[in-house]
Design a protein around this ligand. Structure first.
Ligand SMILES: Nc1nc2c(c(=O)[nH]1)N(C=O)[C@@H](CNc1ccc(C(=O)N[C@@H](CCC(=O)O)C(=O)O)cc1)CN2
Ligand SMILES: Nc1ncnc2c1ncn2[C@@H]1O[C@H](COP(=O)(O)OP(=O)(O)OP(=O)(O)O)[C@@H](O)[C@H]1O
Length: 207
């Protein structure tokens, strides 16, 4: 048994190495590359019937080298889709607030993390995500089965567990660059697959 197996709070060592590698590639992207993907990724995502039909979408505001979500958020909001955004809690669980446009976002510096843009308005509680018809998840990679490598906080593992426990079955979609769709990722017992990945080149469904 590896020293990590018995400690549920110790990140999987292979995952840690992989995260570093995927983040290193993202860090080589220029601001212009990130901006250029934002429009195309929004178009690809909106190709998914699940987005077009959704009344409520749980999403997030991209930061740093993450594929841009801004155009997608604004298009959804302009269409009248309710967009929920995460608020990171001290224990890494997520609360939610409604997206009311870029001016309503607040820059928040959580210790040891990238500065995030979070909704400035009323907090709706962690269970608000159960109202989503689509959940857009951040990630660093996904494999051929739809297993996702996240940033390691476990926030979205908890979201997925919460959805399952409540019997909620929204479309679970991860937004990545093409090079981040790989053959295989290590998984742990708590990991749950996503339904689709959107990249600049298109949509891939799993399962
Ligand atoms: N844009 C965005 N918003 C998000 C997330 C996300 O991944 N992206 N989250 C996803 O859960 C939640 C916030 N969790 C986060 C977890 C880690 C880091 C972070 O900066 N991690 C560093 C590495 C830190 C370390 O090595 O310990 C990094 O990735 O550079 C940021 C947000 C909710 N909001
Ligand atoms: N349902 C859950 N409730 C509480 N903690 C959990 C849950 N699922 C996973 N965790 C914990 O979260 C931590 C990070 O898990 P993991 O390395 O799989 O994160 P990740 O999937 O990369 O990150 P994220 O889900 O934030 O994108 C682990 O310590 C794990 O034990």
């Amino acid at each position: 048994m590896s020293p990590h197996t018995s400690d549920p709070h110790h990140a999987h060592p292979d995952k840690r190495t992989l995260r570093r590698e995927f983040l290193a590639v993202r860090n080589t992207l220029l601001h212009d590359d990130v901006r250029a993907t934002e429009k195309v990724v929004a178009e690809r995502a909106l190709d998914l019937a699940e987005f077009a039909d959704a009344r409520t979408v749980a999403a997030y505001v991209s930061v740093g080298g993450e594929p841009g979500t801004g155009a997608l958020l604004d298009t959804l909001r302009a269409r009248g889709t309710r967009v929920l955004l995460p608020v990171l809690l001290p224990d890494n669980d997520l609360d939610w607030g409604a997206y009311e446009g870029a001016a309503s976002l607040v820059r928040v510096q959580h210790p040891g993390k990238m500065a995030l843009l979070e909704p400035g308005g009323r907090r709706l509680g962690p269970d608000a995500v159960l109202e989503a018809d689509v959940v857009l998840l951040p990630g660093l990679a996904v494999d051929a089965r739809g297993m996702r490598l996240g940033r390691g906080g476990g926030s979205y593992d908890r979201v997925l567990a919460r959805l399952e426990a409540a019997g909620a079955h929204p479309a679970r979609v991860v937004l990545l660059y093409d090079s981040e769709v790989v053959a295989h990722l290590p998984e742990e017992a708590h990991d749950k697959p996503v339904d689709a990945v959107v990249t600049p080149s298109g949509v891939r469904r799993f399962g």
